[in-house]
Design a protein around this ligand. Sequence first.
Ligand SMILES: C[S@@+](CC[C@H](N)C(=O)[O-])C[C@H]1O[C@@H](n2cnc3c(N)ncnc32)[C@H](O)[C@@H]1O
Length: 278
Amino acid sequence: MQVSEFHDSRTCIALRPDPTRRAGPAAARYTASRKQQTTNREPAAAARFTVVRSLSMSASTFTLSAEIRDYLLRTTVRECDTLAALRTETARLPQARMQISPEQGQLLTLLVSLCGATRAIEIGTFTGYSAICIARGLAPGGSLLACDRSAEWTDIARRYWQRAGLDDRITLRLAPALETLATLTDGPQRSTFDFAFIDADKQNYTAYYEQTLSLLRPGGLLAVDNALWSGRILEPERSDEETLAIRELNQQVGSDPRVTCSLVPIGDGLLLVRKNAD
Ligand SMILES: C[S@@+](CC[C@H](N)C(=O)[O-])C[C@H]1O[C@@H](n2cnc3c(N)ncnc32)[C@H](O)[C@@H]1O
């Protein structure tokens, strides 16, 4: 039986095939037993990791075939029980597809930790999945400012942040994001953030881009979700406000001398933008 291990700042996990499930790619499922836990914030039952299964209402990586995505999920994506439970609860909402995919969430955690980020900001929180992924990657003492205008959806987020033991790392700002950003860009917080994630109303994407760029320190990283817009970005007949705004931002970022970028075809397309040193 193959056993793999991985480490993050909070847990040390051993992954094992679950003998109670049918063999074969479609049925393969791996459960994780906890060998050690460095925090007592997350209840024991919630500290287990499970290799991800798709939920029909859940977001995925649309550029991948079902088989390749299944392989990717089985082999390298590990989702803790708290995130899995949040994904299941969110899947009951009609807006469930707004949530980022598990493979994208794992990438966010990795990117945040590679940046050594202590200060992060998120525009568009919904039920809190991406916020957990970002907060998990922060260096000790780090904090995430999560911006959203929906009390209903962020009430769910708060419950899961507490369950994940991350509520002391995440501050929620409940207001239209442009207002929140205006208060930050006008003050001493300019150029102080290490990481930013934009995943809110697409019409405001170019405004969010300019404002978050001014909040990032040189060398800081911005990730923008939905950059491929399920392929609608390429459909010439699409001229709705959202599609136009995403096209405009991709064009702008691609030729912006202030940044270095890469559009990664994961999830619905993740545009990664590093703010260059002056
Ligand atoms: C795509 S969802 C975010 C998904 C989230 N990142 C996740 O992975 O679960 C978009 C969110 O942006 C919020 N939003 C939309 N327009 C907004 C605005 N003008 N100001 C603040 N939040 C806004 C919505 O309430 C919604 O929760």
